[in-house]
Design a protein around this ligand. Structure first.
Ligand SMILES: N[C@@H](CCC(=O)N[C@@H](CS)C(=O)NCC(=O)O)C(=O)O
Length: 232
Protein backbone atom coordinates (compact mmCIF):
# COMPACT_ATOMS: atom_id res chain seq x y z
CA UNK A 1 0.00 0.00 0.00
CA UNK A 2 1.20 3.50 -0.88
CA UNK A 3 0.32 6.31 1.52
CA UNK A 4 0.02 9.50 -0.50
CA UNK A 5 0.33 12.84 1.27
CA UNK A 6 -1.66 14.95 -1.09
CA UNK A 7 -3.38 18.21 -1.87
CA UNK A 8 -5.30 19.25 -4.97
CA UNK A 9 -2.50 21.03 -6.77
CA UNK A 10 -0.60 20.22 -9.99
CA UNK A 11 2.17 18.41 -8.13
CA UNK A 12 -0.43 16.44 -6.18
CA UNK A 13 -2.30 15.46 -9.36
CA UNK A 14 0.89 13.98 -10.85
CA UNK A 15 0.91 11.21 -8.28
CA UNK A 16 -2.79 10.34 -8.40
CA UNK A 17 -2.48 10.24 -12.20
CA UNK A 18 0.38 7.74 -11.94
CA UNK A 19 -1.30 5.59 -9.29
CA UNK A 20 -4.60 5.51 -11.17
CA UNK A 21 -2.77 4.63 -14.38
CA UNK A 22 -0.92 1.61 -12.95
CA UNK A 23 -3.58 0.47 -10.45
CA UNK A 24 -1.25 0.37 -7.44
CA UNK A 25 -3.32 0.40 -4.21
CA UNK A 26 -3.04 3.71 -2.35
CA UNK A 27 -4.60 5.72 0.37
CA UNK A 28 -4.76 9.51 0.39
CA UNK A 29 -3.68 11.45 3.46
CA UNK A 30 -4.84 15.01 2.83
CA UNK A 31 -2.41 17.79 3.75
CA UNK A 32 -4.35 21.02 3.54
CA UNK A 33 -1.59 23.44 2.60
CA UNK A 34 -3.94 26.43 2.89
CA UNK A 35 -4.47 25.52 6.56
CA UNK A 36 -0.78 25.03 7.33
CA UNK A 37 -0.90 21.24 7.66
CA UNK A 38 2.41 20.99 5.74
CA UNK A 39 4.15 22.28 8.87
CA UNK A 40 3.00 19.43 11.12
CA UNK A 41 6.07 17.70 12.60
CA UNK A 42 4.92 14.24 11.47
CA UNK A 43 4.65 15.48 7.86
CA UNK A 44 8.02 17.27 8.01
CA UNK A 45 9.64 13.97 8.96
CA UNK A 46 8.83 12.61 5.50
CA UNK A 47 8.78 15.91 3.59
CA UNK A 48 11.39 18.23 5.12
CA UNK A 49 10.75 20.88 2.43
CA UNK A 50 7.18 21.35 3.79
CA UNK A 51 5.66 20.69 0.39
CA UNK A 52 3.27 18.10 -0.99
CA UNK A 53 3.33 15.52 -2.51
CA UNK A 54 5.12 12.86 -0.50
CA UNK A 55 4.61 9.12 -0.23
CA UNK A 56 5.34 6.32 2.17
CA UNK A 57 5.66 2.92 0.52
CA UNK A 58 4.67 0.35 3.11
CA UNK A 59 5.77 -2.53 0.86
CA UNK A 60 9.09 -1.66 -0.78
CA UNK A 61 10.46 -4.16 -3.28
CA UNK A 62 13.36 -5.06 -0.95
CA UNK A 63 10.77 -6.14 1.68
CA UNK A 64 12.51 -3.86 4.20
CA UNK A 65 11.19 -1.00 6.31
CA UNK A 66 8.78 1.51 4.73
CA UNK A 67 10.39 4.02 2.34
CA UNK A 68 9.31 7.66 2.25
CA UNK A 69 9.88 9.92 -0.75
CA UNK A 70 9.29 13.66 -1.29
CA UNK A 71 9.56 15.74 -4.53
CA UNK A 72 7.07 14.77 -7.21
CA UNK A 73 9.75 13.89 -9.81
CA UNK A 74 11.53 11.58 -7.37
CA UNK A 75 8.19 10.00 -6.43
CA UNK A 76 7.25 9.38 -10.08
CA UNK A 77 10.65 7.85 -10.75
CA UNK A 78 10.51 5.71 -7.60
CA UNK A 79 7.04 4.40 -8.48
CA UNK A 80 7.96 3.83 -12.14
CA UNK A 81 10.98 1.79 -11.06
CA UNK A 82 8.95 -0.10 -8.47
CA UNK A 83 6.29 -1.12 -10.98
CA UNK A 84 8.37 -1.17 -14.18
CA UNK A 85 5.59 0.92 -15.73
CA UNK A 86 5.44 4.30 -17.47
CA UNK A 87 9.18 4.39 -17.98
CA UNK A 88 11.17 2.73 -20.75
CA UNK A 89 13.58 -0.02 -19.75
CA UNK A 90 16.18 0.39 -22.51
CA UNK A 91 18.87 3.00 -22.00
CA UNK A 92 18.00 5.22 -24.99
CA UNK A 93 14.27 5.52 -24.44
CA UNK A 94 14.75 5.76 -20.69
CA UNK A 95 17.01 8.80 -20.97
CA UNK A 96 14.34 10.48 -23.13
CA UNK A 97 11.86 10.03 -20.29
CA UNK A 98 14.35 11.27 -17.71
CA UNK A 99 15.38 14.41 -19.53
CA UNK A 100 11.78 15.51 -20.08
CA UNK A 101 10.88 14.64 -16.50
CA UNK A 102 13.75 16.85 -15.29
CA UNK A 103 12.79 19.53 -17.82
CA UNK A 104 9.37 19.69 -16.21
CA UNK A 105 10.74 19.66 -12.67
CA UNK A 106 13.36 22.34 -13.28
CA UNK A 107 11.53 24.47 -15.85
CA UNK A 108 7.84 24.18 -16.56
CA UNK A 109 6.78 23.61 -12.93
CA UNK A 110 8.76 26.42 -11.27
CA UNK A 111 8.16 28.97 -14.07
CA UNK A 112 4.43 28.28 -14.33
CA UNK A 113 4.30 28.39 -10.52
CA UNK A 114 5.81 31.90 -10.46
CA UNK A 115 3.50 32.86 -13.32
CA UNK A 116 0.49 31.85 -11.16
CA UNK A 117 1.90 33.70 -8.21
CA UNK A 118 2.52 37.05 -9.89
CA UNK A 119 -0.66 36.89 -12.01
CA UNK A 120 -3.11 35.66 -9.40
CA UNK A 121 -1.80 35.98 -5.87
CA UNK A 122 0.77 38.79 -5.54
CA UNK A 123 -0.73 41.72 -3.62
CA UNK A 124 0.64 44.16 -6.25
CA UNK A 125 0.62 43.73 -10.03
CA UNK A 126 4.31 43.89 -10.93
CA UNK A 127 4.46 44.23 -14.69
CA UNK A 128 8.06 43.13 -15.05
CA UNK A 129 7.50 39.92 -13.06
CA UNK A 130 4.23 39.11 -14.84
CA UNK A 131 5.80 39.59 -18.29
CA UNK A 132 8.89 37.65 -17.35
CA UNK A 133 6.96 34.56 -16.22
CA UNK A 134 4.19 34.70 -18.83
CA UNK A 135 6.85 34.90 -21.56
CA UNK A 136 8.93 32.12 -20.08
CA UNK A 137 5.85 29.90 -19.67
CA UNK A 138 4.99 30.58 -23.32
CA UNK A 139 8.52 29.69 -24.35
CA UNK A 140 8.29 26.39 -22.47
CA UNK A 141 4.89 25.65 -24.03
CA UNK A 142 6.51 26.24 -27.45
CA UNK A 143 9.35 23.83 -26.61
CA UNK A 144 6.82 21.17 -25.66
CA UNK A 145 4.73 21.92 -28.73
CA UNK A 146 7.75 21.44 -31.01
CA UNK A 147 8.71 18.24 -29.26
CA UNK A 148 5.21 16.89 -29.84
CA UNK A 149 5.11 17.82 -33.54
CA UNK A 150 6.11 14.29 -34.59
CA UNK A 151 5.43 12.34 -31.38
CA UNK A 152 2.23 11.22 -29.73
CA UNK A 153 3.79 11.62 -26.28
CA UNK A 154 6.76 13.51 -24.90
CA UNK A 155 9.19 10.59 -24.78
CA UNK A 156 7.70 8.02 -27.15
CA UNK A 157 5.20 5.90 -25.22
CA UNK A 158 3.01 7.47 -22.51
CA UNK A 159 5.29 7.93 -19.50
CA UNK A 160 6.02 9.77 -16.27
CA UNK A 161 7.36 12.63 -18.43
CA UNK A 162 3.82 13.25 -19.74
CA UNK A 163 2.31 12.81 -16.28
CA UNK A 164 4.70 15.38 -14.83
CA UNK A 165 3.89 18.01 -17.47
CA UNK A 166 0.12 17.59 -17.93
CA UNK A 167 -1.13 19.05 -14.60
CA UNK A 168 0.92 22.20 -15.25
CA UNK A 169 -0.85 22.74 -18.59
CA UNK A 170 -4.33 22.25 -17.09
CA UNK A 171 -4.39 25.83 -15.66
CA UNK A 172 -3.20 27.35 -18.97
CA UNK A 173 -5.78 30.14 -18.82
CA UNK A 174 -4.55 31.45 -15.48
CA UNK A 175 -1.02 31.31 -16.93
CA UNK A 176 -2.19 33.68 -19.73
CA UNK A 177 -1.65 31.03 -22.42
CA UNK A 178 -3.88 29.91 -25.30
CA UNK A 179 -3.73 26.26 -26.32
CA UNK A 180 -4.78 27.25 -29.85
CA UNK A 181 -1.32 28.83 -30.23
CA UNK A 182 0.26 25.39 -29.67
CA UNK A 183 -1.61 22.83 -31.85
CA UNK A 184 0.56 19.78 -31.08
CA UNK A 185 0.45 20.54 -27.38
CA UNK A 186 -3.34 20.96 -27.61
CA UNK A 187 -3.72 17.55 -29.29
CA UNK A 188 -1.48 15.93 -26.61
CA UNK A 189 -3.37 17.72 -23.82
CA UNK A 190 -6.77 16.53 -25.05
CA UNK A 191 -5.50 12.95 -25.47
CA UNK A 192 -4.26 12.81 -21.86
CA UNK A 193 -7.35 14.61 -20.54
CA UNK A 194 -9.53 11.83 -22.00
CA UNK A 195 -7.59 8.95 -20.40
CA UNK A 196 -9.77 7.15 -17.82
CA UNK A 197 -6.94 7.29 -15.25
CA UNK A 198 -6.64 11.07 -15.66
CA UNK A 199 -10.39 11.45 -15.22
CA UNK A 200 -10.30 9.32 -12.05
CA UNK A 201 -7.32 11.24 -10.67
CA UNK A 202 -9.02 14.59 -11.09
CA UNK A 203 -12.25 13.19 -9.63
CA UNK A 204 -10.30 12.28 -6.47
CA UNK A 205 -9.49 15.97 -6.05
CA UNK A 206 -13.17 16.91 -5.97
CA UNK A 207 -13.62 15.49 -2.46
CA UNK A 208 -11.25 18.12 -1.07
CA UNK A 209 -12.26 21.12 -3.14
CA UNK A 210 -14.75 22.51 -0.63
CA UNK A 211 -12.21 22.73 2.13
CA UNK A 212 -11.41 26.34 1.32
CA UNK A 213 -10.36 28.47 4.25
CA UNK A 214 -9.88 32.10 4.93
CA UNK A 215 -8.05 33.23 1.79
CA UNK A 216 -5.96 35.89 3.56
CA UNK A 217 -4.84 33.40 6.21
CA UNK A 218 -3.89 30.86 3.51
CA UNK A 219 -1.87 33.46 1.61
CA UNK A 220 -0.07 34.47 4.78
CA UNK A 221 0.85 30.81 5.38
CA UNK A 222 1.87 30.08 1.80
CA UNK A 223 3.57 33.27 0.68
CA UNK A 224 5.39 34.60 3.72
CA UNK A 225 7.76 31.71 4.27
CA UNK A 226 11.42 32.32 5.01
CA UNK A 227 14.35 30.69 6.78
CA UNK A 228 12.51 31.45 10.01
CA UNK A 229 9.64 29.15 8.91
CA UNK A 230 12.07 26.25 8.78
CA UNK A 231 14.36 27.09 11.70
CA UNK A 232 18.14 26.71 11.79
N1 LIG B 1 9.35 20.59 -6.41
C1 LIG B 1 8.29 20.16 -5.55
C2 LIG B 1 7.30 21.30 -5.42
C3 LIG B 1 6.19 20.93 -4.47
C4 LIG B 1 5.29 22.13 -4.19
O1 LIG B 1 5.61 23.28 -4.50
N2 LIG B 1 4.15 21.82 -3.57
C5 LIG B 1 3.21 22.87 -3.21
C6 LIG B 1 1.85 22.55 -3.77
S1 LIG B 1 1.94 22.32 -5.55
C7 LIG B 1 3.13 22.92 -1.68
O2 LIG B 1 3.10 21.91 -1.02
N3 LIG B 1 3.07 24.12 -1.11
C8 LIG B 1 3.01 24.28 0.31
C9 LIG B 1 3.75 25.49 0.79
O3 LIG B 1 4.16 26.31 -0.05
O4 LIG B 1 3.90 25.62 2.01
C10 LIG B 1 7.63 18.92 -6.12
O5 LIG B 1 7.57 18.83 -7.35
O6 LIG B 1 7.17 18.06 -5.36
Amino acid sequence: MIELYYWTTPNGHKITMFLEEVGLPYTIIPVNIGAGEQFKPEFLKISPNNRIPAIVDQEPIDKGAPISVFESGAILLYLAEKTGKLIAQNVRDRVEVLQWLFWQMGGLGPMAGQNHHFNNYAPEKIEYAINRYVNETGRLYAVLNQRLADKEFVAGDYSIADIAAYPWIVPYKSQNQKLEDFPHLKRWFETIQARPATIRAYEKAEAFKNQTLDIEKSRELLFNQSANTVGR
